[in-house]
Write a protein that binds this ligand. Structure first.
Ligand code: M6R
Length: 600
């Protein structure tokens, strides 16, 4: 979602800001802007559309060594130039960019800004007008900023310029992510470290309800009572090459191909020198205690959670419930006496999941976050973190994080079972190695997937995915992948459930992709395929070696029956990818979507 960058140093700020914004493009946005401060006032440029459009709009004559930038994913007000950030106060003295949602902006408008004519439909503009309101009433800029922050309800990451002071950027955060990067004679601000890795790998974490005054050679962090806070920087371990596409046409394809490597890395990271599973002792302890585990997640991570439930219940014998975070936060189920929460989130910043985490922490329940970003909000705020080690995932459609989530959940389930003394005939390291090899075989069969996409999906309006048991969960993920990047209406169903309503939608030629990797339900799912075929469907069975039948469209290599989701999803990811290409869609940046969903 929205992304923020800021720079104050001695170089021309425009190019550094634009490059930073380009690195944030993957988060999803529909307009972008920058503002620079050069002592002759603040100059801002903003445009609807891509950063490339913004580049065109910039006056290169304007030179400045301080500035802020923003990519906007519209929440309040349509995506247009007026609603794009930066926003300015009435006198144009203050200029601001904001990520998040101010819940009480209507009330603030009525209380403080009755006489001010607002130019945009955004909640953001209220913030910058309030800073000016307090300054007009005699407060210093710092006090005005602080007073404004104290009035805000909701989430924000903010960067503010004052055209009477080219030597400072005022910064603050609450719930939305923001980091300050430290350099030699310059400092930067960024929603995530990737944006400014071009200039520094040293970052300072900011906590909620802190404000920061950033100058060329200092970073002063304060709480909202004005007390100074000292915090060291950390080195961001990201390698800049990990966030480049290299020779790939799209990040999604690169990330699909990285999956065998990620699984091998997980094996390495969760195994000690003697070959035993290696897990934080505190996590081990936490997993021994609960009478029920509640997995909370959104989208693809939720689908990984469904598979995780199978792992934990089958192997560690602990009952598990899996919940969509956005529902859980206002419709909390009756909890058992000793619950343990597991949050699954690639980004670690998903606001819906965080809202649940805040609630259950207030109730005193323990939480583990499984994430790809260990320093993220969900990671910091949970008691324990399990790292996915998948490397940065840039494409909006999640692929390698999904398979990494399932791999880590399998390791967690087995480790818990072993610690409980449960004897298992399942070696996760061996099974994951087989998975990695199978993934490699599948990644080499792209032309076959391209052919399936062309044949079944190039012109269709809709598509159904069916499966039984664990295959049903993979069907849900296959449908999500397809709809989010190709815009084909796609749904996943439990095979046996079709006849209770959905089969009414099957027409001549409707594509139905069936996943058949489970011996126990192999006959059942094939029966469901016959039912849809009898009504004219264009069915495509993806089965597993050993369970295949004549006429199956594609057969994946054999893996342990619990591990099949990590492998059967690869053809579905590739089919979605090629379907999107055949339909001329923007694979890495699908419309209306954001990578990191930081609003509820
Ligand atoms: O970062 P998270 O895993 O918390 O994100 C959750 C969902 O927003 C995410 O999985 C989304 O569904 C993806 N675009 C799916 O490809």
């Amino acid at each position: 979602m929205c992304g923020i960058v800021g720079y104050i140093g001695h170089e021309d700020a425009k190019e550094i800001l634009l490059k930073g914004l380009e690195k944030l493009e993957y988060r999803g946005y529909d307009s972008a802007g920058i503002a620079v401060n050069n002592g002759n006032g603040v100059h801002y440029f903003k445009e609807k559309g891509r950063i490339a459009d913004l580049r065109e709009a910039i006056d290169n004559e304007v030179e400045a060594t301080a500035g802020i930038g923003h990519t906007r994913w519209a929440t309040h007000g349509v995506p247009n130039r007026i609603n794009a950030h930066p926003h300015q106060s009435a006198s144009c003295r203050f200029t601001l960019v904001h990520n998040g949602v101010i819940e009480n902006y209507e009330m603030l408008k009525r209380s403080f800004l009755e006489t001010v004519e607002l130019k945009s439909e955004t909640d953001t503009e209220v913030i910058v007008q309030m800073v000016e309101y307090f300054v007009n009433n005699g407060d210093t800029v710092e006090d005005s900023f602080r007073k404004t922050l104290k009035e805000l309800k909701g989430s924000y990451a903010l960067a503010l310029l004052d055209n009477e002071d080219k030597d400072r950027i005022y910064v603050a955060k609450n719930k939305s992510p923001l980091l300050v990067g430290v350099g030699d004679n310059f400092n930067v601000v960024a929603s995530d470290a990737m944006a400014m890795l071009q200039v520094t790998d040293q970052y300072i974490e900011l906590m909620d309800k802190e404000m920061v005054i950033v100058t060329r050679d200092s970073v002063i962090i304060k709480n909202l009572d004005g007390a100074e806070i000292i915090r060291n920087s950390f080195t961001c371990e990201l390698d800049a090459s990990e966030i480049e596409k290299g020779t790939y046409p799209h990040f999604m394809l690169k990330e699909i191909d990285e999956q065998p490597f990620v699984i091998r890395k997980i094996i390495q990271r969760y195994q000690d020198e003697q070959g035993a599973l290696k897990l934080d002792e505190d996590i081990r302890g936490a997993m021994q205690d609960p009478d029920r585990i509640y997995i909370v997640a959104c989208g693809t991570s939720y689908h990984a959670g469904l598979v995780g439930k199978q792992f934990i219940e089958t192997l560690a014998k602990i009952p598990v419930e899996v919940h969509v975070a956005s529902e859980f936060s206002y419709n909390m189920p009756l909890l058992t006496g000793k619950p343990l929460f597991i949050f699954i989130s690639q980004s670690g910043e998903t606001a819906d999941s965080r809202a649940v985490l805040v609630k259950i922490k207030a109730l005193g329940h323990p939480a583990i976050t499984i994430t790809n970003v260990p320093g993220s909000t969900l990671s910091r705020e949970a008691d324990y973190t399990l790292h996915l080690h998948a490397g940065p995932e840039i494409a909006v459609a999640s692929t390698k994080a999904y398979t990494a989530q399932m791999a880590v959940l399998a390791i967690l389930a087995v480790d818990t079972a072993r610690t409980k003394g449960i004897e298992l005939d399942f070696d996760p390291i061996r099974e994951l190695s087989i998975v990695a090899n199978a993934m490699e075989v599948l990644c080499d069969q792209k032309e076959e997937m391209n052919q399936i996409a062309r044949e079944y999906l190039a012109t269709t309006r809709n598509c159904f995915f069916i499966g039984r048991g664990i295959d049903f969960y993979v069907g849900l993920e296959g449908a999500l992948k397809l709809k989010e990047i190709s815009y084909i209406q796609a749904e996943g169903f439990a095979g046996g459930e079709l006849k209770h309503g959905t089969i009414a939608l099957i027409e001549e030629g409707t594509p139905v992709i069936a996943i058949a990797t489970q011996e126990q339900v192999n006959l059942g799912i094939r029966g469901n395929v016959k039912e849809v075929d009898a009504r004219g469907a264009n069915s495509c069975i993806i089965s597993m070696k050993g369970l295949e039948s004549a006429g199956d469209r594609f057969v994946i290599p054999a893996v342990h029956e619990l591990m099949t989701p990590l492998v059967s999803v690869i053809p579905l990811q590739l089919i979605a990818y090629y379907a999107a290409l055949h339909r001329d869609c923007d694979v890495d940046k699908p419309r209306n979507l954001a990578k990191s969903v930081t609003v509820e």
